[in-house]
Design a protein around this ligand. Structure first.
Ligand SMILES: Nc1ncnc2c1ncn2[C@@H]1O[C@H](COP(=O)(O)OP(=O)(O)OP(=O)(O)O)[C@@H](O)[C@H]1O
Ligand SMILES: [Mg+2]
Length: 254
């Protein structure tokens, strides 16, 4: 999708070598806040190049799982592994350097930097050779090129989300995790961003999409997990889920 010079290193792999198994594996993870436990033994996995959805009603623990996976919330028991390596002692920064990337609802851009500057620093945690150039990424997001001199704060919500996605893709992660990516966006913008995401996915990017927008998630994912009350209550192909109206009604806002 994005033209660039031949990288001299395997993309976004610094500390560990890729293998053919799961990229990300979550095993019986418990985590929470203070005295409360939110995740009650969650297990799930994403393989290289897979498009996986994690869906469930609000407050069931989806974002808490994202925080535990990305190193922003301690795992109380169980394990998170990346290419078979236990991430227990890995900082969020180290996870990014090794090919994980995430975009939350409210984060992902520096409001006071211009669009161009935001893209230029996107690959900063990585060895220089791994990130896409600003030019290459702007070829893929022409709207961002038009606005490259504007401060990110001056962009619309949809454009900021586009910038966040562009920044994430620019860093050439192996797994991109999106938390409520579609929330508050016009359907036409969601379609546009999803198209870009799918293109990156076809090029090998693994995607974990956390969504309350179930219809959207099961439309594009290959596989889906349904979460309820801090547990995974269903796992299967997205196609099977699309056809299981009873399950959708039971656990999800549809
Ligand atoms: N920082 C926090 N401190 C204490 N409790 C929290 C914190 N963040 C979330 N919680 C609680 O943890 C539970 C799970 O919240 P979480 O944000 O993981 O749900 P979610 O599935 O992402 O919901 P949504 O779909 O609304 O984003 C909720 O009961 C919530 O109130
Ligand atoms: Mg959430």
């Amino acid at each position: 999708m994005i033209e660039h010079g031949t990288p001299d290193v395997t993309p976004a792999t610094v500390d560990v070598r890729p293998d053919n198994g799961s990229l990300l594996k979550v095993t019986a993870v418990r985590a929470g806040y203070g005295d409360s436990t939110v995740l009650e033994g969650v297990s799930c996995h994403v393989s290289a190049g897979e498009f996986v959805a994690l869906i469930g009603r609000n407050g069931v623990g989806k974002s808490t799982l994202m925080k535990a996976v990305t190193g922003r919330l301690p795992v109380r028991s169980g394990a998170v592994t990346w290419k078979g390596v236990n991430l227990e002692r890995w900082s969020s920064h180290r996870r990014v350097r090794n090919g994980m990337r995430w975009v939350d609802e409210d984060r992902g851009v520096f409001p006071n930097l211009t669009v161009g500057e935001n893209l230029a620093v996107a690959g900063k945690p990585l060895p220089r050779s791994l990130a896409y150039s600003v030019d290459a990424i702007m070829d893929n997001f022409p709207k961002l090129r038009e606005k490259s001199a504007q401060r990110a704060a001056s962009l619309s919500g949809g454009e900021q989300r586009m910038l966040a996605l562009a920044r994430a893709i620019a860093a050439r992660p192996e797994l991109l995790m999106l938390d409520e990516f579609s929330e508050g966006l016009q359907p036409s913008i969601v379609q546009e961003l999803i198209a870009t995401l799918r293109e990156a996915n076809r090029d090998g990017l693994g995607v974990l999409m956390v969504e309350q927008n179930v219809r959207l998630a099961v439309k594009y994912a290959e596989r889906a997990y349904v979460m309820d009350k801090g547990q995974i209550v269903h796992e299967g192909t997205a196609q099977a889920l699309r056809e299981d109206e009873a399950l959708l009604q039971r656990y999800l806002v549809v």
